[in-house]
Design a protein around this ligand. Structure first.
Ligand code: BGC
Length: 559
């Protein structure tokens, strides 16, 4: 089997609780995914990345894991998991699962044991417990804050404090503890033995920690760059963990792949996770953070393709995932809406009131950006629903919100709108109480409310229409499969002028993207796919590419 299958794979992320609900309890499940494998096949993806499906109280959308070797009973059973692996493989689709090693949930048997054990006990040593400061240790060991708002330390009844970067329900594991290391190696084997082909490693850069005494303040901590000197992020020792993981991955044929979720800016540091002796691939979120802008896209593509030389891996490209505002909405934020023109990571986790969103423009640009992404060498990670052109669901009533980030940042100066808006259950049919997400006679409605406009973005509405977003994705993935060659790209400097970005791939495949508002001439060649209708000449003149549109052309080798 091809050990390098992942290098240029199109990977489709499934957030299982929102994909398809077979049993009608309002929550997506494994049986639902199995029932939609034909859809994935027709879409033409190479692999599925399954976000956490483990037992969880859902304090953080499943990233609070109660048991790393089981399936949440609301989602299915281990037998169904095995059936899913078999059915995906039968369809020629690889399976990557999410692994969450930085923290367990507070309901995990280890944390329960730690709570029931004395300070200083081996059970406490699996987590990060410390005594507090001041009289009776009543102040936390430091003033550090959690990424989801509020303090990063929580006190337990006997007076000690435990550390959590995320919610209170996500106590952080101590990776200096050999038992923790051994347990995860066994967990990786557990899933690899069941036929899982790879792992997406959650918060991969955070596992190794070293807290100096005295602890720096939050203000001081924020000034320490990530890397060897940081107490918490991207320390060198984290690589020794992944070297052990790699040995496990290489016990299998083909070796299991892994992709690191790292938000490290330095190319050299990011490359460490993508090295063959480490996890093998690392996410690059640069495109996801960029504006819809030719110059930014070119800079990012160039630098990321350079960076892979440091790691021998392939590049990764991401425009949307379960943590950020969907790209069809990000690109539609009105620059006059009090937002910084859609710039940077300040708002990728943020949102905007519906009045600030131009949905038509956002979708046009999203389709154009997607065709650029899919023409690039490396692997493309797609997020469920983007192939339907789904935008963010805004205006979810507070009482239906689930994301802890929404609740825990409410008093902040810039509260987050949370991540529920990109996690709303998918619309499969034009009508019905849950647009086909669950059976029409379901006892429960979808676990997050779907807006009326989902009807027009449903699989049913788009399926028969080649000009729909779904039609475009299907065609592009089909072409990509046929045309994907070497992992190189050549900029066409003659065409890449102003708002236009053009590059060719081996085999005479040219991608031309017009990021501007005004039409530009269509270069010669056979049009393979276009993200928007081209402007055809009337009586004379050449055809043109409209604003916010990308075209793929087949060109003569000698052009
Ligand atoms: C996941 C998030 C999650 C966090 C904590 C992330 O990077 O993608 O969804 O909230 O890790 O596990």
């Amino acid at each position: 089997m091809d050990a390098d299958w992942w290098r240029q794979a199109v990977v489709y992320q499934i957030y299982p609780r929102s994909f398809a609900d077979a049993n009608g309890d309002g929550i997506g499940d494994l049986a639902g995914i199995i029932s939609r494998i034909g859809y994935l096949e027709q879409l033409g993806v190479d692999a599925v990345w399954l976000s956490p499906f483990y037992p969880s109280a859902l304090a953080d959308g499943g990233y609070d894991v109660d048991d790393y070797r089981d399936v949440d009973p609301r989602i299915g059973t281990l037998e169904q998991f095995d059936a899913l692996v078999a059915a995906l493989h039968e369809a020629g689709i690889w399976l990557i699962v999410d692994i969450v090693p930085n923290h367990s949930s507070n309901r995990h048997r280890w944390f329960q044991e730690a709570l029931a054990s004395a300070p200083g006990s081996p059970a406490r040593d699996r987590y990060i417990f410390r005594d507090g400061l001041g009289a009776g240790g009543s102040r936390p060991p430091s003033d550090w804050t959690s990424q989801f708002g509020g303090p990063a330390w929580t006190r337990v009844p006997d007076g000690q404090w435990y550390f959590h970067t995320f919610t209170v329900e996500q106590p952080e594991l101590n990776w200096d503890n050999p038992e923790v290391r051994a347990e995860f190696l066994d967990t990786l084997r557990f899933w690899a033995d069941r036929g899982v082909d790879g792992f997406r490693v959650d918060v991969a850069a955070r596992l190794a920690k070293k807290f100096p005494e005295p602890m720096p303040s939050q203000a001081e901590l924020s000034r320490i760059p990530s890397g060897p000197d940081s107490p918490v992020y991207d320390r060198d020792e984290v690589q020794s963990i992944y070297a052990e993981w790699r040995r496990v991955f290489n016990e299998y044929d083909p070796p299991r792949m892994a992709v690191a979720e790292v938000w490290v800016n330095s190319p050299e540091r990011r490359a460490r996770y993508a090295r063959p002796e480490s996890l093998g691939q690392a996410f690059n979120f640069d495109l996801l953070k960029a504006d819809f802008d030719a110059e930014q896209f070119r800079r990012i593509v160039t630098s990321n393709l350079d960076q892979v030389k440091l790691s021998e891996s392939s590049s990764t490209w991401v425009l949307s995932n379960h943590d950020v505002v969907r790209h069809a909405t990000r690109y539609g934020l009105r620059p006059d809406g009090g937002r910084p023109g859609g710039r940077g990571d300040r708002w990728v986790n943020d949102g905007a009131p519906a009045s600030q969103i131009d949905r038509g423009l956002g979708l046009r640009r999203a389709r154009a950006a997607t065709l650029v992404e899919l023409a690039l060498p490396g692997s493309a990670y797609l997020y469920q629903g983007e192939e339907l052109g789904l935008g963010e669901v805004t205006g979810i009533p507070d009482e239906q919100r689930q994301d802890p980030k929404f609740w825990r940042t409410r008093d902040d100066e810039r509260p987050s709108v949370g991540r529920d808006g990109c996690r709303v259950p998918l619309p499969w049919t034009r009508s019905g109480p849950s647009f086909g997400f669950g059976p029409d006679d379901s006892a429960a409605g979808p676990h997050l409310p779907q807006p009326d406009w989902f009807a027009d973005c449903s699989v049913e509405a788009e399926s028969g229409d080649p000009s729909s977003t779904l039609g475009m994705y299907r065609r592009a993935l089909e072409l990509r499969r046929e045309m994907q060659g070497g992992e190189t790209l050549e900029w066409d400097d003659g065409l890449s002028v102003g708002d236009v970005l053009a590059f060719s791939r081996p085999g005479g495949w040219l991608c031309v993207a017009n990021f501007g508002d005004d039409p530009v001439p269509l270069p010669s060649g056979r049009v393979l796919v276009s993200s928007a209708p081209l402007i055809r000449p009337g009586t004379d003149g050449p055809a043109r590419i409209p604003g916010a549109c990308t075209v793929w052309l087949s060109i003569d080798a000698g052009r």
